[in-house]
Design a protein around this ligand. Sequence first.
Ligand code: NI
Length: 137
Amino acid sequence: MVYLTRRERFNAAHRLYKAEWSDEKNFEVFGKCSYPNWHGHNYELFVTVKGKVNPELGFVMNLKTLSKIVRENVIEKLDHKNLNLDVDFLKGQITSAENIAIGIWKAIEDQIKQHQCELHCVRVVETENNAVEYYGE
Ligand code: NI
């Protein structure tokens, strides 16, 4: 089994908060990410797929195909958007890196399978100090 990773990047705005809480309570739990007037991050996304090397072509999956799947289903939906307001697969959720990673997984899992590969990991890097990895369960 070989693991293949593609990196993409997107910039997006968000706010971490619970609508039923006061601004003070939200700040207590979510810190600066709770500020009411939004803020942005330069996210990095690492999508790792796994599979057998195709003996004829020498690769697990065509990187052009993987990049296209990620760009069309994820980057175009998230880049320069407000994650709380604009993204169908994050509607009604707290836009934490955890939920972003899970949403991205669901958005691309089936299409990866159509190329004789399995999705292995979605890694979302929110800041240089914070990252999450989701392995599908
Ligand atoms: Ni934030």
